[in-house]
Design a protein around this ligand. Structure first.
Ligand SMILES: [Zn+2]
Length: 76
């Protein structure tokens, strides 16, 4: 590798809002990283329908536009 052109690639501790934490490698300047969803609590991986919406953004969207837009698939 060339010298002095690569960012430092080191271990960072990732902490999820569900309480899970794991160590991965990143070029991030910080040693820790806080995320809102991880592979343990994301519905795609957990197989459970669980709404991960800590800030209530989905509810705000529903109040504004109604819930009719969710769950409908439009076919063209
Ligand atoms: Zn998580």
């Amino acid at each position: 590798m060339k010298q002095n052109i690569h960012p430092s690639y080191k271990e960072v501790t990732v902490t999820c809002s569900c309480g899970n934490s794991f160590v991965t490698k990143s070029t991030l300047a910080k040693d820790t990283l806080n995320i809102e969803v991880c592979s343990l609590c994301h519905p795609f991986y957990s197989g459970k329908q669980r709404l991960v919406d800590s800030a209530g953004r989905v509810d705000k969207f529903r109040q504004k536009f109604g819930s009719g837009m969710f769950g409908k698939k439009t076919t063209k």
